[in-house]
Design a protein around this ligand. Structure first.
Ligand code: AMP
Ligand code: ZN
Length: 479
């Protein structure tokens, strides 16, 4: 196995990954802001995190992964007030949609899901701690963080602070580097806004304090890994560092990992450009969850990913190719023994797969290792050289592959049905398909070709394609 290397935004370098405790990884992920349906750009970042956690688990680490739901921030406060709904009532729909989408995309649940609104007390306690250490000041009922008091401010995003006026403030949660100022930890309520009654006054938390308080509560004062999309590095993560390190005097996070953005046909995805897609938009057009998962996972996370419908089509063919190969391995009839050189070829592919993922999660390199093997094995099968004795080793590599990529099992139709897309009826199960194929074989043996054709047609009508191969075996797949 190769040494795991990860790119750390804090150092700007790719470094060997060594967690604090040898077998455990404490990881925090900024979850979605549940003011709307998440878009496919958001899922690019969540899939990167899923690949990371699945790879670390594959390599034997025990994961303690916490992900939050940001269910209070400026946009949620404004939207829920406009609709006259409580925060819970407003966000609940988007929380459920997010959970459903994650399941659909095979994104594993973290060990711990938490909501910001369940942790207001922890945020207040952290603000009080910062206040005791004089990192805060009050103004008109709000409480601000004094960045001049934290000399390391800017170390993550490498911003130049020379032009910043001491005491200038910013009230909004999201702002650009040029607006780096003292930021709000606690915001006094405007008329009609939801607020909490607390020992530090009426109001609500700023976005940044939420993640500092929740991450340290569940993972301790120093985390191994903190992840998010690149847009979160400033100001959100910079402010998390300022808050947490000022309070504890300890390093907050050892490895900061950020995913680059997803673009759509070369442009930033935005509602106004009309190139804004949710998963549901794509499913309604007939695309499969596994296709999108594969596409989002296939480009290494530190490269921008340009989403195109051509790319989606290619991803669909790639998944199809892998599934066909899996079926061919399982259903093919190969002669006994091992093919000369094949065991070494499989070992080399497995080694290269691990090398790719260890190389800062270079998913493209890991995928190439698998696809190269699939090509070689398919050629060997076409020539009749592939042997039964190599099947188990290839299957084992595919199983390892799928523990990370999670696209091989054909459960797309079921997943879509849960969300209300696709056929209403479930297709036949594997056992029933195998039984019908055996019946068709029996009919052909007794030369009852009408019965054999009937069974083929029945299977086709129910979405199952069968193919008679040269080696005499029958392969099948779902359409
Ligand atoms: P938000 O709900 O806005 O807090 O975003 C949830 C996650 O999606 C964060 O980690 C963001 O950095 C990430 N994100 C937002 N837009 C994109 C995008 N276009 N491509 C990739 N990740 C994104
Ligand atoms: Zn966060």
């Amino acid at each position: 196995m190769h040494e795991i290397q990860l790119h750390n935004t804090l150092s700007g370098k790719t470094e060997p990954f060594v967690p604090q405790k040898p077998a455990e990884v404490r990881m925090y992920t900024c979850g979605p802001t549940v003011y709307d349906y998440a878009h496919i750009g958001n899922y690019r970042t969540f899939i990167f995190q899923d690949i990371l956690r699945r790879f670390l688990k594959l390599r034997g680490f025990r994961l303690n992964h916490v992900m939050n739901l940001t269910d209070v921030d400026d946009r949620i406060i404004a939207n829920s007030a406009a609709k006259g709904l409580s925060i819970r009532d407003y966000t609940e729909k988007y929380v459920q949609a997010f959970f459903d989408d994650c399941k659909t995309l095979n994104i594993e649940a973290p060990e711990c899901w938490i909501r910001a609104t369940d942790h207001i007390g922890d945020m207040v306690a952290l603000i009080e701690r910062l206040r005791e250490k004089t990192f805060t000041y009050d103004s008109e009922g709000s409480i601000y963080y004094r960045i001049a008091k934290f000399p390391n401010y800017g170390k993550l995003s490498k911003i130049d602070l020379s032009g910043i006026q001491a005491g200038a403030r910013v009230d909004v949660d999201r702002y650009e580097k040029e607006s780096a100022r003292d930021f709000a930890l606690w915001k006094s309520p405007k008329p009609g806004e939801h607020f909490w009654e607390t020992p530090i006054g009426k109001g609500r938390p700023g976005w940044h304090i939420e993640c500092s308080a929740m991450a340290m509560k569940y993972l301790g004062e120093t985390l191994d890994i903190h992840t998010g999309g690149i847009d979160l590095a400033f100001p959100h993560h910079e402010n998390e560092i300022a808050q947490s390190e000022a309070a504890t005097g300890k390093p907050f996070v050892r490895y900061w990992l950020h995913a680059e953005h997803l673009l759509v046909e070369g442009e930033k995805m935005s509602k106004s450009l009309g190139n804004f897609y949710t998963l549901r938009n794509l499913f309604a057009k007939g695309h499969k969850p596994s296709t999108l998962r594969f596409l989002l996972a296939s480009v290494p996370y530190r490269k921008q990913l340009n989403f195109t419908f051509d790319g989606l089509q290619q991803a669909a063919s790639s998944v199809e190719r892998l599934r066909n190969f899996t079926a061919r391995l399982q259903q093919g009839k190969f002669s006994a023994g091992k093919q000369k050189g094949m065991a070494a070829r499989i070992d080399q592919a497995a080694d290269e797969f691990d090398a790719g993922l260890s190389d800062d999660l270079n998913t493209a390199r890991a995928l190439a290792a698998v696809f190269d093997l699939v090509r070689d094995a398919n050629i060997a099968m076409d020539k009749g050289e592939f042997r039964q004795g190599d099947v188990a080793a290839v299957q084992s590599l595919l199983a390892t592959f799928d523990r990370v990529f999670a696209v091989l099992e054909d459960t797309d139709a079921e997943r879509l049905r849960v969300l209300g897309y696709g056929a209403k009826e479930a297709g036949p199960g594997d056992a029933e398909i195998e039984r019908l194929i055996a019946e068709r074989e029996a009919a052909r043996k007794r030369r009852d070709f009408a019965a054999a054709d009937r069974i083929r047609k029945e299977l086709a009508d129910r979405g199952i394609l069968i193919e008679d191969t040269r080696d005499g075996s029958v392969r099948w797949k779902r359409k």
